[in-house]
Design a protein around this ligand. Structure first.
Ligand code: HAM
Length: 409
């Protein structure tokens, strides 16, 4: 990722960090490498992310390790290890690795920003988490984002649903795609997620989890929806939404950028994982969060023509044709005063340096040639306007501060 595209990333992460902090989420940093078993137990062996896509290797000590395929299991591992006070609310920005077939919007190393919040089942937290993501997309300027919501139920009501779905699929086995025809017993929910037309047609009238929810899960979903409505966050119930990771319970959601091709338009997704902490050996602790793919999000911004911050240009370009000492000192002074200064190297000619100054996009050039050196002055040129003036060397910094402030005010 090269500049200036990298600066767009920096700006995107800064916007996310601000939104996260405004809602009380602190930055969490966890290692990129974890025990492979964490993901096997946390995400599930039967999921594609673990079963087919995880980068696994053994280290010199013979440990089975994995490059993180996602951000949630490591956060919950850190929670179980450190037992911080609840509610524990963290945000992260991280690379994630999946052995997928690379194409536009799908990479073997992608990057996510996300949040996780552990310690409460309060539907108010679900609303907060979803609204944080929605507010972030809105600040980037995205307008065509679809929010699909579902409930995956809980240990109480899911088994009956899975049994009903399995029975339904068994009656339509011949209609399913090659991959799923003989392989849906372990996890029939996968078939609902299958994008192939055969499976989509076969599951058209499949039983819906929302019809199997017990009273508390149904009430929870209703409260989440009411909260979203109260905040004016448009969403639709999508009973087929199952998501690809096995830890989800109750609230699940996905944001799709409608400006992108439907095959790869999920720009974020998440949900509750109330059983995950316990599954990896910790105390039973509910949790919820989301992950947002940065690359895909930027593609969506491109498609909508939004979030295009101009790459930063220096405040000043110092042109020194007296050997480099003036550039050294002026740059140091300018930077100490909190302004940005660029310069040329290798004793270039004044013409070459002014060309570099122009190309840098700097607002001002501070020019020191033999005359300026002798008279103790600096020539300050406003590069866009072309006007220039000379200032005494000792007055240079305060004058420049004034000019830059004025210009940016
Ligand atoms: P996920 O849906 O697997 O969820 O990934 C989250 C987001 O990462 C996706 O919506 C997409 O934008 C992006 N993404 C995923 N795979 C790729 C890829 N190969 N190339 C480019 N972008 C990709 C999770 O990872 C969960 N940990 C989310 C979560 C957090 N659930 C609860 N808390």
């Amino acid at each position: 990722m090269l500049w200036p595209e990298s600066e767009r990333w920096e700006a995107l992460v800064a916007v996310f960090a601000r939104h996260a902090r405004l809602s009380g989420y602190g930055l969490l940093l966890t290692p990129v490498i974890e025990d492979a078993a964490l993901f096997r137990r946390g995400i599930g062996d039967a999921s594609e992310v673990v079963g087919k896509e995880m980068y696994e290797f053994s280290d010199r000590g013979g440990r089975a390790l994995a490059l993180r395929p996602e951000g949630t299991a490591p956060v919950v591992r850190a929670f179980v290890q450190h037992r911080p006070q609840i509610p524990w609310k963290v945000w992260y920005v991280t690379p994630a690795f999946r052995y997928e077939r690379p194409q536009a919007g799908r990479y073997r190393q992608h990057h996510q920003v996300g949040v996780e919040a552990l310690g409460t089942e309060d539907p108010g937290l679900d609303v907060e988490v979803i609204s944080l993501a929605a507010g972030f997309y809105a600040e980037l300027g995205l307008e065509r984002v679809d929010l699909a919501l579902n409930s995956m139920g809980c240990a109480n009501d899911r088994p009956a649903y899975v049994a009903a779905l399995r029975e339904y699929l068994a009656e339509r086995r011949e209609m399913l795609c090659d991959e799923h025809r003989d392989r849906f017993d372990a996890n029939p929910l996968r078939v609902l997620d299958c994008k192939r037309p055969e499976c989509r047609a076969a599951t058209e009238g499949a039983p819906r989890m929302v019809d199997f929810l017990d009273a508390s899960c149904a009430a929870h979903l209703a409260q989440v929806r009411a909260g979203l409505d109260a905040l004016g966050i448009l969403h639709r119930l999508e009973p087929r939404l199952v998501r690809g990771l096995d830890y989800y319970t109750r609230t699940t959601f996905e944001f799709a950028a409608l400006a992108l091709d439907a095959a790869q338009n999920a720009v974020g997704g998440g949900g509750r994982y109330d059983g995950l902490a316990e599954a990896i050996g910790g105390p039973p602790t509910p949790g919820i969060g989301f992950g947002i793919g940065i690359e895909r999000l930027l593609l969506a911004c491109d498609a909508e023509g939004c979030f295009n911050p101009a790459p930063s240009a220096p405040d000043v370009f110092v042109v020194d044709v007296t050997g480099g000492g003036a550039a050294r000192d002026l740059c140091a002074e300018i930077r100490r005063a909190g302004m940005s200064a660029h310069r040329a190297y290798d004793d270039r000619s004044v013409k070459a340096q002014l060309k570099l100054a122009d190309r840098s996009g700097a607002r001002y050039a501070a020019i020191v040639g033999p005359r300026e050196l002798e008279e103790g002055i600096v020539t300050v040129r406003a590069l866009q306007e072309g006007s220039q003036m000379t200032v005494a060397r000792k007055d240079f910094l305060p004058r420049l501060v004034g000019l830059v402030r004025e210009g940016s005010g």
